[in-house]
Design a protein around this ligand. Structure first.
Ligand code: PMP
Length: 409
């Protein structure tokens, strides 16, 4: 129960009615929070009137920045005709088609309301399709907040211990351990789930070899490969799996595909996704009152239309330049900047996990210099940014890290 700001509404016991004063745990940055009040392009204004560079982008979601006119127009048009219906809507086909045309080898898709739900659904599909319960994950990744995937760092409060027996964790890029888990599994593995650029595990990419081995082992042992592209889909038209040239059985997406509105998706190969076909006896149900709602899918379709290969390449190149320069300039401080394409984050050199107080100190140092990072210090570029904005952002980030490193050494 830390410091609470003047905005916090309190109950009869004097407690903030949002626990801790927050509507999301991930807002917590260790001091009285600042509130967003308006965004435009790469700019964000907070309740103190400060203009900020929005490198958080709602945790990497806002790839076209805040309130992009074409997305506002598409969403506004959809809302003006009714925000959600209980019979199918036409815009859902447009986003489905856009997604399927981008994802090589995957023929069908269902929308959800979040990445969490997408991953939860993918795991259920894999378990139903294989008749098995086992899930293999890499250590310290993040795949949303459903029970099974909360166990990436071991037992998790509130997750029944019964869930643990079906989970195997493999250190990132440890091929021998990956093989051992599959060999020892006695064919009980339903799926292996991989994030090819896991932020929580230190924003170190999965090796091509490890990913290829996961693909081969899944096939060999009758398990499915789920690639979680909730964050990484922004890195190319076909996501990071497209760059790796690996076709998963199921792919989960979210964030950028909703144009800033709530969304998730699970796409998959026909043979797997057919299980959801209600025309078939014994099909697996997947619904959701707001799944595929016309507003999210219309905004998402507009966002994907704007997210051309050229635009992705442009912001990826801006990220490469930022990462390279920041790493060089931060070398004397013992820090480096890792990531890929339009995603980057500063770390003490070689560190995979960063203590919460250091993350919070860097968040505030960046904020004090006019930059909003995610609470885990991830920076995401957006298409309204040009080279000069990214250069400015990089300067500020370098200065913030230098300040933090001086304060902690
Ligand atoms: N998978 C990954 C790789 C994620 O990064 C996240 C969220 N950051 C999720 C799943 C969950 O998505 P959501 O927050 O939309 O539930």
């Amino acid at each position: 129960d830390g410091p609470h700001d003047a905005h916090a509404r309190r109950n009869a016991n004097g407690r903030p009615i949002l626990p801790g004063g927050y509507g999301r745990s991930a807002y917590h940055v260790g001091r009285t929070p600042t509130y967003a009040v308006r965004g435009e392009g790469w700019r964000l204004w907070d309740d103190s009137g400060r203009e900020l560079i929005d490198a958080n982008g709602n945790f990497t979601t806002l790839i076209h920045g805040n309130a992009h006119p074409e997305i506002v127009e598409a969403a506004g048009r959809a809302i003006s005709q009714g925000s959600a219906w209980g019979i199918p809507n036409l815009p859902e086909w447009d986003l489905a088609e856009a997604m399927i045309s981008r994802l090589r080898g995957l023929g069908q898709i269902r929308f959800t309301n979040s990445g969490t739900e997408a991953v939860m659904s993918a795991i259920r599909i894999a378990r139903a399709a294989t008749g098995r319960d086992g899930i293999v994950m890499t250590k310290d990744g993040y795949h949303g907040s459903s029970d099974t995937v909360l166990l990436t760092s071991g037992p998790s409060r509130g997750v029944p211990s019964a869930v643990e027996k079906d989970v195997s964790l493999v250190p990132l890029n440890d091929i021998d351990e990956l093989r051992r888990v599959f060999e020892a599994s006695d064919e009980t593995v339903a799926a292996i789930i991989l994030d090819l650029l896991p932020n929580k595990a230190g924003l170190v990419g999965v090796d091509q070899q490890f990913a290829a081995e996961a693909r081969a082992l899944a096939t060999k042992h009758g398990a499915l490969l789920i690639i979680d592209e909730v964050i990484s889909l922004r890195l190319s038209v076909g996501g990071l799996s497209g760059i790796y040239g690996i076709v998963p059985d199921l792919l989960t997406a979210g964030k950028v595909i909703g144009g800033g509105f709530a969304i998730g998706a699970v796409a998959g190969r026909d043979e797997v996704m057919d299980i959801l076909d209600p025309w078939k006896p014994g099909s697996l149900a997947h619904s959701g009152t707001f799944s595929g709602n016309p507003v999210s899918v219309a905004a998402g379709a507009a966002a994907l239309r704007l997210l051309t290969a050229e635009e992705i390449d442009r912001i990826n190149a801006l990220g490469d330049t930022a990462r390279e320069r920041a790493s060089k300039e931060l070398e004397p401080f013992g820090w480096e900047v890792r990531g890929r394409g339009s995603l980057f984050r500063a770390f003490p050199k070689g560190a995979r996990k960063v203590a919460a107080d250091l993350q919070q100190a860097l968040w505030w140092a960046a904020y004090d210099r006019g930059v909003v990072l995610s609470s885990a210090n991830l920076a995401a570029l957006s298409t309204p940014m040009d080279a000069s904005v990214v250069e400015d952002l990089t300067d500020r980030l370098i200065d913030a890290v230098a300040h933090v490193s001086a304060a902690t050494s």
